[in-house]
Design a protein around this ligand. Sequence first.
Ligand SMILES: O=C(O)CCC(=O)C(=O)O
Ligand SMILES: [Fe+2]
Length: 337
Amino acid sequence: MAPQTSAVDSDNLFIPLVDFSLFLNGTPTERLTTAQSILKGFQSAGFVYLRNHPIPLSTVSSAFHTSASFFSRPLAEKERLGWTTPQANRGYVSHGREKTTTLTDASEVEKLRAQAPDLKESFEIGREGEEGLPNNWPRWDEAGEAFRDFMIAFHGECKALHVEVMRAIAVGMGLEEGYFDSYTNIGDNTLRLLHYPPASKEVFAKNKFQVRAGEHSDYGSITLLFQDDRGGLQVKSPNGTFVDATPIPGTVVVNAGDLLARWSNDTIKSTLHRVVEPPAPAQGDTHPARYSIAYFCNPNFKSHIEAIDGTFGEGKEKRYPGINSGDYLVQRLAATY
Ligand SMILES: O=C(O)CCC(=O)C(=O)O
Ligand SMILES: [Fe+2]
């Protein structure tokens, strides 16, 4: 048996910490038991943490550095790369920051930003080569080119991990391991860089509803979430409380999205999560910035999603009609932007 360790074990929320190398390179028995642990994590918590995953830690670390240098650019430069439509779902998203654009003094900008109700900015990167939907790459000479080249490669590495996690789900379900391959091969996935700017303790103390990211579930198949060591991510437990999903260095947090829950006839859970004031003490009056990188995976946009074999029949009815993956995503994005 693969050892059962937990990343989170609180209030009936048990999120397993799984050694993914045992799925990729283990004995047939290790591969099977690892796949079963992963599936069980998605069925009970909707979340798993994977360690020893195939994306080198140095690559993840470079992704964070590259992201931080992107967000450190002047707001006006980033706003030129602005997100446009749910169909494109690419570009820079600033929340509650537009009013600061006329300020030039950095400390004034910082003060205003700390008071603003929405405490994050993001940059969305889609698949290269999707017809008519180019990425909004920055045109900042070498820095812009280096950013683009790095992120295209990182998108590809995350795409490969999506394929493998879906294979683990297939094996865990007792299906042929390539069952999902024809849904994951195109890579219609979105890489989202996230920056939660420094926020004063007071902003949170003043308003108990103040969060860095409001509670939500993700939309697609799975999300790969890389977080820094600040903390603040919380996952809703079966008891209805929010439990800290504490960062564990070297791991990637993987959670199931709504479309996978639907695809699995609700045997897999898509669980609510949010980002709140970090548990770590602020430096003086201010919490430092937090960075995270979310890679939202989807079945190929052209795929038709019908309940997975084995999740219905023998007294279990099919709960949802079939749906096109791309239409589903656009419909969900249109409701939130
Ligand atoms: O920043 C995080 O840790 C979570 C972000 C998230 O849940 C999302 O963007 O969907
Ligand atoms: Fe999320």
